[in-house]
Design a protein around this ligand. Structure first.
Ligand code: HEM
Length: 127
């Protein structure tokens, strides 16, 4: 019976919201990736991110934003930006003392979405 609890249940809504809000605030201020978010509605983005993550972790599927491939297609995102984002997320989890195993499981789910966020457009690979 216990095993049917989702990651969302184990982390809990208040902690999820606190971590994601903190995570996006750090992204909006980060020297390496903040420029992607200039001129955008940060409150709206944070809310969409909370909804998306809730569904990703097995909670309510309330995300009503655009499909991830569509959102990121025209952005010049590369591997280092993706890794930086993951690092900021990990730091935000640590700030709120999230259990290590829960943190790892959450990060792994985000990692699996990489192909939806960017493809390797390095011209050196086009032989
Ligand atoms: C697993 C990784 C990622 C996930 C799950 C994710 C998720 C999302 C979501 C849910 C939205 C809101 C969609 C909407 O506006 O309808 C969004 C927007 C956005 N994301 Fe990501 N994202 C990821 C990686 C990245 C990375 C690596 C960057 C850049 C460093 C990035 C930059 C942006 C920007 C700039 C927007 C706003 C686009 C716009 O409104 O025009 N994302 N993302």
């Amino acid at each position: 019976m216990e095993e049917t609890r989702t990651l969302y249940d184990k982390i809990g809504r208040p902690t999820l919201e606190a971590i994601v809000t903190r995570f996006y605030a750090k992204c909006f201020a980060d020297p390496m990736i903040a420029h992607f978010f200039w001129n955008l509605d940060h409150d709206r983005l944070s809310q969409l991110q909370i909804d998306f993550v809730a569904g990703l972790l097995g909670g309510p599927r309330s995300y009503h934003g655009r499909p991830l491939t569509m959102v990121h297609a025209d952005l010049p995102i590369r591997a280092p930006h993706f890794r930086r984002r993951q690092q900021i997320l990990r730091e935000s989890m640590q700030e709120f003392g999230l259990d290590g195993e829960l943190a790892y499981a959450w990060l792994e789910l985000e990692e699996k979405l990489q192909a939806l966020i960017y493809t390797d457009k390095n011209p050196c690979n086009h032989h």
